[in-house]
Design a protein around this ligand. Sequence first.
Ligand SMILES: C[S@@+](CC[C@H](N)C(=O)[O-])C[C@H]1O[C@@H](n2cnc3c(N)ncnc32)[C@H](O)[C@@H]1O
Length: 348
Amino acid sequence: MSKQTILETYSKLAVETKADLCCGVDYRKEFSSEELDHIPDEVLDRNYGCGVPIELRTLGTGKSVLDLGPGFGRDCFVAAHKVGPEGRIFGLDMNNDMLRQAEHYKSKVVSRLGYDNIRFLKGQFDVQIPLENDSVDVILSNCVNNLATDKRRAYSEMFRVLKPGSKLSFADIVSYDLLPLKLQENEKAWADCVAGVLSFQQLTQILNEAGFHGVTLTTQFSYKVGTEVLKQYFDSGSGDSRIRLSSKEREELERVRLYSVLIEAFKPVVDPQGECYWTGQYALFQGPGVSLQLDDDPDHVFKAGTLKEVCEKTATILKSEPFKGHFTVFEPQGEVEARLCVPGGKCC
Ligand SMILES: C[S@@+](CC[C@H](N)C(=O)[O-])C[C@H]1O[C@@H](n2cnc3c(N)ncnc32)[C@H](O)[C@@H]1O
């Protein structure tokens, strides 16, 4: 998929007055006027997102935040107020026209806030994020990750710049099942946040492969169904411009189901690939639920009510977000001789 159509689409949207692109929610209904007073109406009137990233509601003072694909800058401006003058906000967008708009509105925001903690940067997050390793507390994005043409690279870059123990929090479109190839190849649908979408399973897997854990996907509402996709991207042309589909391709497209989803994932506090020593610690899963799978390691399943030996590394992970509160970790009684969990083998 080329980036050209995405660039052209968002250059147009930077000058057109289009209130909604896919399924944005009205921030005036989600936040108090105190949280939005410093943001110009023109920014709040354009909503090219698809929800409110969970962490945007609860950001604390002093945090450093990276927003991927900020567009007009709405989420950066909400965050700038929440983190206060001690915090730092970076908005990374690849589109000059969007960056120009964001800078224009930033000057108004900064004068209303009385401090400047926002920097807009130019770049592609699925190529390279222009920030240091382990440098930000939170990564936000709103209806942007589906646009990445190299998803693996995008998530590995996010993992690199997040501080250990910190989180990724985004709103995005997710599909029930793998998207049909015919749809994935449709450039217009890609630029409209439809064709670059991952399935629930693909997204979880790609996040785990990048090193994230504690992945949660909270479905908000249905965004589009297959018949709408067919009508908008395949059946709207006439004559030769109409995309021809076999009956099998049509059936596959009819089955498409897209949802607006809130996604969170954590970078572990310690490197899960590091050496694994048991020093006498046990963990007890407290629920909710009957069991919890910590990551994609089949040995990392914790059943409620069953005490399980855990290595120092796993104990540290279970005592940190998002697992703390769901586990009791028992420290060793007296001296315990450290031993390699499974020599040369798996983590416990
Ligand atoms: C759907 S809009 C979302 C804008 C904003 N987050 C909001 O909620 O209103 C997508 C934005 O992401 C930017 N974008 C798309 N792909 C990108 C990439 N690979 N790297 C950086 N920015 C990208 C676009 O230029 C555009 O500003």
